[in-house]
Design a protein around this ligand. Structure first.
Ligand code: GA4
Length: 331
């Protein structure tokens, strides 16, 4: 991968030239939530990729479409209006800057609290007469997506043969669960057309710190995941399905058996990408350590014990691409 000189409009952004073009990857596991084999397939995909596509998920398309329309309405507001909902400290509107340690991307976004429901006044104020519509669109969507995430985690526990089956889902169900929600807009970047062979980073490579993330996007491509052999592959978009990512905390709780997937998003020259992601995290005081039944006799935990608060605090001080779990591995 080579970083090249770039047009002034794209100063401060990362343009990369990939050695060979990343073609759409056809090997992404697709899991039907209603398939009796789902529990086994979920474990297999999380071991191999830390990632899978979920169909027959039970989240009404109507909720998805309503939230997408609200998100587009927000991102179409004049910049000065959107800025009133910022900065994201940690919740609110942000553009270009990701986190507070110097990362930038071709993106604007809204970060929202999900506990118990969206309340952040700063964000809701901006909608004025529409705030109630926005609030209910987000809350309907999150309620349905959470229910589906609980089910995925319960199937995962079944597949891993760990008991009780809510050992993972209870962390997200907890009213103190430290979960959040993100609406992303990657605007098109027409300047890219003149720069054949180069791609612009929308959201730089990273793993998600939480337990699992549930992503839905419109039909614009851009998402890429990193495979075990370190190659990047493009995930074909599918606006009717969800994509599930294993996060760092789940990697630790399974003592490395499931892998937290490194992923990134590239901007498109012509099409806007809109995504919505629920990040399911445990309560801040929760101790994150391997589940005893997943550590075989004679085997040891690969990680030092830490609370979610400790991990999150450390993660939020890191750069996006950092290997955050490194600090918590046993030497
Ligand atoms: C990645 C996953 C979520 O989007 C997020 C991100 C957070 C942010 O955007 O503020 C972080 C990033 C994410 C991990 C490292 C730190 C924190 C940006 C960053 C550089 C909301 C999260 O929880 O962690």
């Amino acid at each position: 991968m080579v970083v090249l000189s770039q047009p002034a409009a794209l100063d401060h952004y990362s343009l990369i030239k990939t050695c060979k073009p990343t073609s759409a990857f056809t090997g992404i596991p697709v899991i039907d939530l209603r398939d009796p084999e789902a529990k086994t397939l979920i474990v297999k995909s999380c071991e191999e990729f830390g990632f899978f596509k979920l169909v027959n998920h039970g989240v009404p398309m109507e909720f998805i479409a309503r939230l997408e329309a609200e998100a587009i309405r927000f991102f179409n507001l004049p910049q000065s209006e959107k800025d009133k909902a910022g900065p994201p400290d940690p919740f609110g509107y942000g553009s270009k800057r990701i986190g507070s340690n110097g990362d930038v991307g071709w993106i604007e976004y809204l970060l929202l609290n999900t506990n118990p429901q969206v309340t952040s006044l700063k964000t809701l104020n901006i909608f004025r007469q529409n705030s109630e519509i926005f609030r209910s669109a987000v809350n309907d969507y999150i309620t349905a997506v959470k229910r589906m995430a609980f089910e995925v985690l319960e199937l995962l526990a079944d597949g891993l043969k760990i008991e009780p089956r809510n050992v993972l889902s209870r962390l997200l169900r907890d009213e103190k669960s430290d979960s959040c929600f993100r609406l992303n807009h990657y605007p098109p970047c027409p300047e890219l057309q003149a720069l054949s062979g180069r791609t612009l980073i929308g959201f730089g490579e990273h793993t998600d710190p939480q337990i699992i993330s549930v992503l839905r996007s419109n039909n614009t491509s851009g998402l890429q995941i990193c495979l075990r052999d370190e190659t990047w592959v493009s995930v074909p978009p599918d606006q009717t399905s969800f994509f599930i990512n294993v996060g760092d905390a789940l990697q630790v709780m399974t003592n490395g058996r499931l892998r937290s997937v490194r992923h990134r998003v590239l901007a498109d020259s012509l099409r806007s990408r809109v995504s919505m992601i629920y990040f399911g995290g445990p309560p801040l005081s929760e101790k994150i350590r391997p589940l005893p039944s997943l550590v075989a006799e004679g085997e040891e935990s690969l990680y030092k014990e830490f609370t979610w608060w400790e991990y999150k605090t450390s993660a939020y001080k890191s750069r996006l691409a950092d290997y955050r779990l490194g600090l918590f591995e046993k030497t």
